[in-house]
Design a protein around this ligand. Structure first.
Ligand SMILES: *[C@@H]1O[C@H](CO)[C@@H](O)[C@H](O)[C@H]1NC(C)=O
Ligand SMILES: *[C@@H]1O[C@H](CO)[C@@H](O)[C@H](O)[C@H]1NC(C)=O
Ligand SMILES: *[C@@H]1O[C@H](CO)[C@@H](O)[C@H](O)[C@H]1NC(C)=O
Ligand SMILES: *[C@@H]1O[C@H](CO)[C@@H](O)[C@H](O)[C@H]1NC(C)=O
Ligand SMILES: *[C@@H]1O[C@H](CO)[C@@H](O)[C@H](O)[C@H]1NC(C)=O
Ligand SMILES: *[C@@H]1O[C@H](CO)[C@@H](O)[C@H](O)[C@H]1NC(C)=O
Ligand SMILES: *[C@@H]1O[C@H](CO)[C@@H](O)[C@H](O)[C@H]1NC(C)=O
Ligand SMILES: *[C@@H]1O[C@H](CO)[C@@H](O)[C@H](O)[C@H]1NC(C)=O
Ligand SMILES: *[C@@H]1O[C@H](CO)[C@@H](O)[C@H](O)[C@H]1NC(C)=O
Length: 835
């Protein structure tokens, strides 16, 4: 050893000694790093050292947050090769690689394995950066990064980490889950960029695709609308000749966030709440059933409300699969034939689409939308197109060829997707060719709904009449109009078939007397507008609800029997089933199925029980009531106006499926007099439309009014007719006042917590306000309501009612007082009504 070397070693040792007083963030060729030692990044954010995950005693080299109480590991070196004792040593080896040895066994456990030439020992060093990146540098004067932990992520993506592909080197940085909390070894799940076509991230379970983000469309991933507005990080996406990657930068470095591919196969975005040192999940995927990759098969798409699969325009169900079953996922076949690829091919738009898998699509980043359409039109195998950048410029063109895979519509966000259809296929809806205009499409769809349903019911009715008692499921052609309200063949079957069990039973009075224990008080369930209701148990054990009608029906016995027979045929999953009746002597009784859960009112107006109904449940209940009412008004052959729709007349079954009760009462009491004027106002104060309360005028639009009141009650968990005793305002008026000030969300029931999507609730409030407009003609019909609930179209502005109902003493039917100037308003539901 010569003098120079001695001096050198001395000075290095001296340096090390001084450095050890402060924190050390580097490993070099002289200093080795033993189990128990730590490296801390300059600003103190991250720490590198040996650790044992969970209750395991295995030792791993890893990086974790230095300032977070609970050890949160973000990277692991030897994830698949644990050291079983505390004898690990991390060092820079002779050729400059960072290596991990188990000294006990003298085994090389892990190495960066990037340097192959010898003689550069003293020039390599590893440094833990403030971003959590462990970097191996080479060269003293010109430092070159030869390896970095950010290029080999484990299960965590941190800000400043590039996630994606380097096209020059072929490096693809992706996340892989740990095996378990105790074992950081490579698990089953991974999140990886596929750079083909328009780049997307895929979540894999093994080699099976589970979920994808959709392509980057300027502001975020097409299929992840909730990430459009990042608050705690600055999200960037780079896609050029050299590389394609996604990277976050921090807006405020003291706010910690990370993405994790977790052990249960879920990608989570977490942020640290500093006060209580807890990580909260800001976002995760997959979450909805529609997220499952290729859930619906080719050329089909998944509806986010019902999770049902529907063929894309221009495709028809793949007849060899059982596509009709609710979980059908056999896909659809593009209609082929001589008409395909003629000059009159057109595109029809799917709104809010998570576009089909773009890995086989073609992208031209500079092409505009018009040119994109023409490009697609020119090539017969092009099946659809969409914009590649929805941010402002509209530049960019994605075109798909042949089958379309994994399409979904989203509750919000997404983008417009244009699907090729031939003109012949469209002709049945319209001869006009402006199919890019979605308002127009909405109009036509809205208007077609009722007609189509009527036609369908008729077709089924005829079909099932022919082969009554045969085949379980009748199949129907499918239209591309999807909505949770068209439940397909199964519900249609329910509607029109009268199987052996749906025949009306005529009960003997003595049977009912016995069943209800002689109408004992103990069995009395309540009082409705038309009489009292009792619980009963038939001799066969079946529980029933018996409605004992008050005696002022003007109908004759035979007429009544016929009416009951007709009403008993109305079967729908959102209507309480009428099992039979008992008409004897002075008694007229209707026997219904018994539902143990009682009325909706007993949930939403009950302090303790209302929290049992989160927003999802309430929304399902709203959809269910809508379906039931739509059926009564438009689908059934009878056209029934309920006249007493209210929360207590909506019963919930064991699964909280809503069932409308008392629906045949108006008809039974008034015979065929349906759209008319009545002397006897039955309804319930608070739910009655002005024209009904004032003039006894009733129509389907007075039911719509009651529906609107109920909708607002479900959202606010407040009764319209007993709103805030110290306050003279009723609920409707209160909602109006808040609506005008854009504060409508303030009426939302606090017990809903954070379970709701504000836009969805706002839309429901908006629809509720449309329903309670003063003039019946302004109110939407049930089919329009169904449409509005299932499509994110622009809604018309509601007109405020000039009527204000005030509580006046104990008058059961309060006299409405007209205040303010009455306004003639001929603004109608222009978005939906035909011109
Ligand atoms: C590194 O080692 C080379 C020989 O291997 C020597 O020439 C050079 O001076 C050394 N540099 C330092 C900073 O020790
Ligand atoms: C989106 O467009 C706006 C202006 O239209 C621009 O300021 C912004 O940078 C764009 N964002 C991205 C991600 O391209
Ligand atoms: C986000 O990133 C862009 C581009 O990298 C930068 O111009 C902008 O200042 C960043 N915003 C913040 C809040 O850091
Ligand atoms: C960054 O966040 C911390 C903690 O939340 C806060 O105290 C600080 O003011 C923020 N800094 C900036 C520049 O916003
Ligand atoms: C994975 O993430 C999901 C969603 O945040 C969470 O429910 C689950 O508990 C996580 N699993 C593990 C093992 O952390
Ligand atoms: C992943 O695949 C395995 C085996 O096929 C399966 O048991 C597991 O449930 C899947 N995990 C998820 C989250 O789908
Ligand atoms: C239709 O379904 C059958 C059976 O599930 C399947 O083999 C076939 O590939 C499907 N055809 C199309 C076009 O998806
Ligand atoms: C992309 O579109 C532009 C404008 O239409 C065109 O000039 C260019 O040739 C296209 N690029 C490719 C690769 O087709
Ligand atoms: C249509 O596009 C496909 C896919 O890019 C291509 O393979 C085919 O040659 C094109 N056909 C015509 C007629 O341009």
């Amino acid at each position: 050893m010569n003098l120079v070397e001695k001096i050198l070693i001395f000075s290095v040792l001296f340096l090390l000694k001084r450095r050890s007083c402060t924190s050390i963030d580097t490993i070099n060729s002289i200093q080795s790093f033993k189990d128990g030692d730590n490296l801390v990044s300059k600003g103190g954010s991250f720490k590198l050292g040996f650790f044992s995950p969970g209750s395991s005693s295995n030792r791993y080299v890893g990086i974790w947050y230095n300032k977070v109480k609970e050890q949160t590991v973000v990277w692991v070196a030897n994830r698949n090769k644990p050291i079983t004792s505390r004898t690990g040593v991390l060092s820079i080896n002779k050729i400059g690689n960072l290596v991990l040895y188990d000294e006990n066994r003298d085994v090389l456990v892990w190495t960066t394995n990037v340097l192959a030439t010898t003689g550069t020992t003293n020039e390599s060093f590893a440094q833990l950066l403030e971003t959590g990146n462990l970097v191996l540098f080479q060269g003293n004067k010109r430092r070159v990064v030869v390896w970095q932990s950010f290029d080999y992520p484990t299960n965590t993506m941190l800000p400043y980490m590039k996630f994606g592909v380097n096209h020059r080197t072929g490096l693809n940085r992706f996340l892989t889950s740990w095996k378990s909390r105790e074992d950081p070894g490579i698990g089953e799940y991974s999140l990886k960029m596929d750079p083909n076509g328009a780049p997307q991230l895929f979540l894999f379970n093994g080699s099976v695709k589970v979920w994808r983000t959709g392509p980057w469309i300027g502001q975020g991933w097409n299929g992840v609308p909730e990430m459009k507005y990042e608050l705690i990080v600055n999200a960037s996406y780079v896609d050029n000749y050299d590389e394609t990657y996604r990277m976050d930068t921090t807006v405020n470095a003291s706010i910690l966030s990370r993405y994790v591919m977790n052990e249960s196969g879920v990608v989570e975005k977490l942020g640290l709440v500093e006060e209580d040192q807890k990580w909260v999940v800001y976002w995760h995927a997959p979450k909805s059933k529609c997220d499952n990759y290729d859930k619906c098969g080719v050329n089909s798409y998944c509806d986010p409300y019902s999770f049902e699969c529907t063929c894309l325009p221009g495709s028809e169900p793949n007849s060899t699969g059982d596509w009709y079953s609710r979980d059908g996922s056999k896909g659809c076949t593009r209609k082929r034939g001589e008409q395909v690829c003629r000059n009159d091919d057109r595109f029809t738009m799917v709104e809010r689409a998570k576009v089909p898998d773009t890995s086989l699509a073609q992208v031209n980043k500079s092409m505009g939308t018009e040119a994109c359409m023409e490009l697609c039109l020119r090539n017969c195998s092009c099946t659809g197109y969409a914009s590649a950048d929805v941010n402002g410029t509209g530049k960019g063109c994605i075109t798909w060829y042949e089958d379309l895979i994994d399409t979904t519509t989203l509750l919000y966000g997404g983008q417009d997707l244009y699907i090729r259809v031939n003109a012949a296929g469209l002709a049945q809806f319209s001869k006009k060719s402006k199919w890019f205009d979605h308002k127009r499409l909405a109009t036509i769809v809205g208007v077609s709904l009722a007609a189509m349903l009527l036609m369908l019911s008729l077709v089924y009715w005829l079909a099932t009449k022919k082969k009554k008692g045969m085949g379980e499921r009748n199949k129907s052609p499918n239209s591309f109009v999807t909505s949770p309200f068209y439940e397909g063949p199964s519900s249609k079957k329910e509607i029109v078939e009268s199987g052996p069990n749906s025949d009306i039973q005529f009960f003997d009075l003595s049977t009912i007397v016995a069943a209800t224990d002689n109408f004992s008080l103990a069995n009395r369930l309540g009082e409705g507008g038309f009489g009292a209701v009792y619980k009963g148990r038939l001799p066969n054990g079946q529980e029933v609800a018996v409605k004992r009608l008050s005696k002022n029906s003007r109908q004759g016995i035979e007429e009544l029997k016929n009416e009951v027979k007709l009403i008993a045929r109305l079967q729908h999953r959102n209507l309480v089933r009428l099992l039979g009746c008992c008409i004897q002597e002075e008694e007229k009784m209707l026997i219904y199925e018994y539902l143990p859960n009682k009325g909706l009112d007993s949930f939403i107006f009950d302090k303790a029980k209302k929290s049992m109904l989160d927003w999802k449940k309430r929304y399902e209940i709203i959809l269910g009531i809508t379906r039931g009412m739509l059926y009564l008004h438009e689908d059934s052959r009878l056209k029934i106006i309920h006249r007493d729709l209210k929360a207590s007349n909506v019963l919930l079954d064991a699964t909280m499926n809503p069932k409308i009760s008392d629906f045949g009462m108006a008809k039974i009491f008034d015979g065929d007099q349906i759209e008319a004027n009545t002397n006897r106002v039955v309804g319930t104060y608070g739910y009655m439309s002005p024209e009904y309360a004032m003039k006894g005028l009733f129509s389907i639009k007075s039911d719509v009014f009651s529906f609107g009141v109920m909708l607002l009650e479900i959202i606010s968990a407040r009764k319209n007719n007993s709103y805030s005793p110290e306050d003279s305002l009723n609920l409707i008026e209160h909602v109006w006042d808040l609506w005008k000030e854009s504060r409508a969300l303030e009426i939302v029931d606090l017990s809903l917590g954070e379970s709701y999507q504000p836009h969805e609730v706002l839309r429901c409030i908006h629809i509720g306000l449309l329903c309670v407009q003063e003039f019946a003609a302004d109110r939407p019909s049930m089919s329009e309501i169904a449409f509005m609930l299932s499509h994110d179209t622009t809604l018309p502005s509601p007109n405020q009612s000039a009527f204000i109902f005030r509580r006046e003493n104990n008058d059961p039917v309060a006299s409405p007082t007209r205040v303010g100037p009455s306004s003639i308003n001929d603004v109608t539901l222009s978005a939906i009504e035909a011109r």
